[in-house]
Design a protein around this ligand. Sequence first.
Ligand code: DC
Length: 239
Amino acid sequence: MAIAAVTTTKSSRRGLVVAIDGPAGAGKSTLSTRLAQALGYLYIDTGAMYRAVAYLVAEKGLDPRDETALEALCRDIRIDLMETGGGLKILAMGEDVTRQIRTPEISLLTPQVAASTAVRHAMLHLQRKLGESGGVVLEGRDIGTVVFPDAEVKFFLSATADERGRRRYEELLEKGYAADLKETIAAVKERDRADMERATSPLKQADDAIVVDSTRMTIDEVLELMQRQVKEREKRIDI
Ligand code: DC
């Protein structure tokens, strides 16, 4: 079975399980990072974990539809998330892949890899282990529905596909990638389709999630709203 380790500077991880789900480009990563920082919680980027698996699939030249090969890969996979001062570092089999997992090629491959039952099973196991002590913000697509259906606070972040595409386009330019706005919006829509239509753990809003449409909100406004909700919940259950 898969093994993962999280290296963190925090001495205590007690607190709530906060689930943040939503489609690509809804602002989940920025908001999850900032919310975790504000709360003193551990941030777990589950998308980065799927990306790290996709990186290994590409590196080993595996066919993402070959379930037997993916199952074998997951048998002794190792993915580490390390909190550093400057953000989350992602290691796949000990190799720092933080930058490599964000290329457009890996972004395209990841939904295919994330559709594999064997991969989802391995990641589910890892994510539950990482979050079981609480004091965590988990970001993904199926956290509130499948990974932690009993999470104390669930958010579903959304924005229109055009707005999300525009944000992703600017992010790519900022990182120095050549990008085309129309193509980026089309890629966002394609990823939405793949995430929502896959048989195992599709992207779906949990019935008890707090839905936040960020199309016309600033990051700070959304963050404030989320922080207020978590603090209220922390008070109610006396953390
Ligand atoms: O959040 P992200 O863009 O880094 O996610 C990368 C891919 O991984 C995306 O296609 C959705 C998939 N994913 C998933 O299927 N389940 C999760 N919990 C997180 C991400």
